[in-house]
Structure formats: C-alpha cells, structure tokens
Design a protein around this ligand. Sequence first.
Ligand code: ZN
Length: 348
Amino acid sequence: MICSLCKLEKAPRKNTHYLTDSIIRTALNEDGVNERDKGIYFEINPDNLFSEMKFQRGASPEKLEELLGRATNDEENQQSRRKIEFSVNDKFCKECEDKFGLIEVNFNEKILKYYREQKFSTEIDYIKFDVNESKIVRLFFLMQFWRTSICNDTFTILPDVTEFLRTKILNLEYEDLECIPLSVTYLETLPDEEDINVVTREPFNELYKGTNHVSVVEGSNPYIILMNDFVIQMYDTNRLIFESFYGLNQVGTFAIFFNHNKDEFMSPIFLNNKRKEFINAFTKPVAKLKIAQSVEFICLQFEQKFGTKPDLNTIAKYMDELANVKQTNKFSVEQLTKFTNDFLEKLY
Ligand SMILES: [Zn+2]
C-alpha cells in the first residue's frame, strides 16, 4: 500500500479513525450504551430519499416505534442515532498514524479544556485563542478535513489545498495555516434540568452526551463536518459565499468566525438551548422523511399483498435485512421495490 500521507510503500495500519475518536465517541454510542449494531442512522441528504439510506442491524421494534413517533412525544428521542465508525484500513501507515496522534494529543492537552471544561453564558459565547493556540486549533481541525477527503469518496477538497495540508501534517508544521478559511463552532452539551438530581446536581445518566451527531455533510464551500460537539467548516477557495446551514452561520459574524488570514482564532459557542435548536433544525426534516418513506413503503407493499398492515416486528425484520444488503445506501426506488417484494415473498 502507498500511504496517503508519506506517499511511501508501507504496511497499512488497520482500523484508523479519520475523525478523531476521542471527540466523536460519545455521539456514536446509542443511548449512552456502547453496544454495536443497534443504531438506525441516515445520511444528511434531503434531496435523495432512497440513496444513502442506511439502517443498522439490531434496530428494535421499540426504537422504530419511537422513531415513528407513535409511542412517544419526546422529540429528541426521535432523532435517529448515527453509528458509523468513520475509520479506514488501507490508507495510512503506522508512522503516519502516530503523527496524527501527536497532533491530536497536542489539541487534547492544550485546547480541549477551553471547550469542554468551560462554563459558558450569554456573555461568554465565543472563545478567542492566542497566536500559538490558534495554530494548534487550525492544524487539528484541518487534519479532520484532509483525512476525510482522503478516506471518504463523497468528500473532495481541491488538489492543491489537499497537497498543502498533506505536507503540513506530514511535517507537523503549524505555520501559515490561516490562509485556509476555517470555522469551529462548539456546541455546549448539557443535560436537561429534569435529568439532573436536584440535590447533588449530578446528571442521572449520560444520555445527553449522545444527542449530537457525527456527519460528513454533502457539498462544498463551505465543507461541513459535524463532529459531536464540534461543527467544523472550511473553504478551499478565497471567495467566501455565505451559507446559513440551519442557523449555524449568521450574516453579521460570518466573516469573523472563518478567521481568514488572521493570526488569532475566534470560535463561536452555541449554548445548550441553541445547540438543541440547531440539531433539531437540520435532522428533523430528513429523519422524518426518510424513516416515514421507508416504513411507509413496506407498509404499503405489505398491505397490497396481505390486506392488512404489518406489525412492528415485521417492520424491524425488514429494516434488519435492509441493513445487511451491501449496497443499501445506493438503493434506487426500483431496487428498493424489488428488495421489498422479495422480502414479502418470503413471509407466510
Ligand atoms: Zn505513511
């Protein structure tokens, strides 16, 4: 294998994350339980309901019921959970993986506390990093974009910017990165008041930590990646065209928070309520549509065939089988129709 960072013929390092694991982990655990194969997740692409649809094995009828909104009105619980590993097996060698690790450790030790251990308020809703801190922030987050561009086929940054970042990461060079417009929004993630013990002020559980998303958003300029409590954006051009992205960016502060050619780095904070508004705004329409469409689809087909609606176990079984098809995410309407018919043939 030719390693994508050092460009040398090397043995691949298996199972390496292209989004930093320590950042995204809590968002990938369903209901705070670290159990595999229990998620129902979706790609963020409202224009195409059938392709990019993925359901993971082990989705329970209760979970589907929850997603269908029949049994609960807790809107937050209706959001499907993403459980993609965001890792690759054949792109980087061990030495280069260690370099990623150095950049990650530097960020974790010197920067992360300003986000995750800070108390924010309406008066403190941004962080301003000094020149040296800004370099660490930039290289760490630009590395996420670079690795995603290398590892995720749907995400492609311009070749000269990709090459520029490759040499910076390879040489652990923190200089001159401010030429790339970069924005890092931090989503303050707190438990709801009713989930906190009134005496100890401790949260009852860790569920709230699983309410953010990990997603590589389709499209470019800005390129957008949701990394749990961080939403990062970059441009590979100097022309910054405004994009709101469900309220993530505002016209008045847009230029400031992309930190283009600035020595310091400004990072906006979304307080917990604003975080929830943002997450709801961008997941709700897509989630509802996709879940409704696929479930509606099997229900319709089932009813046509058997003259009655399927029970939740049948729907869950359908989702399980759908998840086991290799190319489910590429399914067209025709393919889904065929798959559904085949599934119905096997019943009874
Ligand atoms: Zn290498």
